[in-house]
Design a protein around this ligand. Structure first.
Ligand SMILES: [Cu+2]
Length: 131
């Protein structure tokens, strides 16, 4: 009986010791002050998160959280559900579509990088008409 109690006490102490508060920084694709507010509020709303600070310039969120209660992945899922790519989790298109126009980081990226190129195909056709 004593041994059992000792074992239980040891396990309890071990699990308490595991409840650590750590910091972790990961990428979140926000675009303006409103994004920052939404991202931080959502992250802080997760149980186990003690602090969340979004750096718009660095595109990164610094999370302070209790490892026993939550994980960066959980928080990333919640942020992605708002429309912001977070860590390795991509925001679903329908969530992204609900973002305010000023927050649409994907379209802006497309224009800057000329990668998806839909814009180029149109409008250049009139050169032929000149001949
Ligand atoms: Cu925004």
């Amino acid at each position: 009986m004593k041994k059992l109690l000792l074992l239980a006490a040891t396990l309890l102490i071990a699990s308490l010791a595991n409840a650590k508060v750590v910091e972790k920084t990961f990428t979140v694709r926000g675009h303006c002050g409103m994004c920052k507010n939404r991202i931080e509020t959502a992250a802080k709303g997760v149980e186990g998160v003690q602090d969340a600070a979004y750096d718009l310039q660095a595109q990164s969120l610094k999370l302070t959280y209790d490892t026993a209660k939550t994980s960066p992945r959980k928080v990333q899922k919640i942020i992605a559900a708002l429309g912001y790519d977070a860590g390795k989790i991509k925001a679903p298109q329908e969530a992204y579509d609900r973002l305010e126009p000023c927050c649409k980081y994907r379209e802006i990226e497309g224009v800057n990088m000329h990668e998806h190129g839909e814009g180029h195909m149109h409008g250049e056709g009139h050169e032929h008409q000149a001949e």
